[in-house]
Design a protein around this ligand. Sequence first.
Ligand SMILES: [Zn+2]
Length: 77
Amino acid sequence: MSYRIGIDYYQTECDEKKEIKCRACKAVMDVSRGVMTRTGPYHPKSKMDTFSCPNNGLPWHDKKVKKIVRKIRDSFW
Ligand SMILES: [Zn+2]
């Protein structure tokens, strides 16, 4: 199971967002609040809310995620 940050996985400041919808499937994402998370390799751990799509890992969902990733990449170049 792998998450794509910015599509079916988000980290926000505590209580910054009530809910986030998955960019791939528009489902309301599962949230864990106040989790100690490292936000980057050189960042200290801090308390964050993490959102993840309940449909992550399903084949049809993967396809949608990949489509979006491709779209983002195309608009980059
Ligand atoms: Zn989703």
